[in-house]
Design a protein around this ligand. Structure first.
Ligand SMILES: [Fe+2]
Length: 380
């Protein structure tokens, strides 16, 4: 039979036997196969393993004091030594105990009297197996590392994509807002008010987050309304109103067929934020729960911010007066449940109104036309 070749130094084998003659014989048998350490009893064997971990242990079963089974049990109990393969050395009379040996974790048996070629072959096989297992473990580790790295790269790319999408949304919303509100702060406050209302209503987190990012796009359709109408100081005449009322439809056309849930929600909001609970709104005169919930939420946030904001053609209304308007609109213009949530969160609403005032946003010019730093963390 062709002998398996393992280069010297490719492994360390600890041979444990209480018979000096056997130790010598086994050491000789393993010459050229591996580096050999020897121990003449169980205690010595455990001490040797603690000093230097071998790649394989050839362990005699019959030994005084601590027998091979006890040594093997101790090795398998210790996390540092449990993976060292053990080959038991057994006399013919121990043959019935093989099952016990395998149960204790032995990988093979060598019978006495020794057949040198058999000893070399069995040890070589186990060393090869150990090396192959170690190589496999290293390769698995490497693979896991690469998978982790790719996952992290992918997450970063997705995060960059998400940020740039939201940044684009914000800029588009702001572009529309600049046409009739030269601060852009309205869209930020709207986003916050809508999120606060959604959260107070106990809506699912995806909806709370979604309305936050989608609400700023509610008036994107104003891009399509002529400046002479948007910027008119006085009251709009009938024809001008007819044109003005087209902005929800223009907005929904700008946003239609989007391939993200966010843009789909923005389309719904753009189309429905001027509908009224009693069916008297526009463009489709929807009523009650036929109006999408996000549209009902944004309607309240939009009206509240509009009436409490200063414009060149009107003074800002006080909080108390604005609340009166909302209260009067409960069940007529507005969904009563949305009004309920809005009033319940009044403190938070007031804080946002103060934090993102038109004055603070007017300071943003030129290169800073991007997201105000105060809300960057939220919008990005
Ligand atoms: Fe609008």
């Amino acid at each position: 039979m062709e002998q398996l070749q393992v280069p010297r130094g490719s492994g360390i084998v600890l041979v444990v036997d209480d018979s000096e003659a056997n130790l010598k014989l086994l050491a000789m048998a393993l010459d050229g196969v591996a580096d050999v350490m020897v121990a003449s009893n169980g205690r010595e064997a455990l001490e040797a393993v603690a000093q230097e971990s071998p790649d394989l242990i050839v362990l005699d079963i019959r030994m005084p004091e601590m027998d091979g089974y006890q040594v093997c049990t101790a090795l398998k109990r210790d996390p540092h030594t449990k993976d060292i393969p053990v080959i038991f050395v057994s006399g013919l009379s121990d043959i019935d105990d093989k099952a016990r040996g395998f149960a204790l974790g032995a990988v093979d048996f060598i019978g006495k009297p020794f057949d040198i070629a058999e000893v070399r072959m069995r040890v070589t096989t186990q060393l090869h197996l150990k090396q192959a297992m170690a190589a496999l473990a290293r390769s698995n580790e490497d693979l896991e590392h690469r998978v982790r790295q790719r996952t992290t790269d992918l997450q970063r790319a997705l995060e960059r994509y998400r940020k740039s999408s939201i940044d684009t949304i914000f800029r588009l919303s702001k572009a529309a807002e600049y046409k009739d509100d030269d601060t852009g702060a309205h869209v930020i406050r709207m986003a916050y008010f809508s999120r606060i209302i959604a959260r107070t209503m106990g809506l699912p987190q995806e909806l709370v987050d979604g309305v936050f990012y989608a609400a700023p796009m509610h008036d994107v359709g104003k891009i399509g309304i002529p400046d002479r109408i948007l910027g008119k100081k006085g009251k709009l005449d009938e024809e001008e109103w007819r044109v003005m009322k087209l902005h929800p439809i223009i907005g929904s056309r700008i946003l239609e067929k989007g391939d993200s849930e966010l843009i789909a929600m923005a389309e719904v909001i753009a189309l429905s934020h001027h509908e009224k609970w009693d069916g008297s709104g526009y463009p489709h005169r929807l009523g009650g729960t036929d109006i999408p919930l996000v549209g009902r939420i944004v309607a309240v946030a939009d009206v509240f911010d509009a009436v409490t904001s200063h414009r060149p053609y009107k003074e800002a209304m006080s909080f108390q007066d604005a609340m009166k308007i909302l209260e009067e609109g409960r069940g007529r213009h507005f969904d009563p449940a949305v009004i309920e949530a809005f009033f319940a969160a009044m403190d938070e609403i007031a804080t946002i109104k103060k934090s993102y005032s038109d004055q603070s946003s007017q300071q943003l010019t030129g290169a800073e036309l991007s997201i105000p730093s105060a809300v960057k963390g939220e919008f990005q």
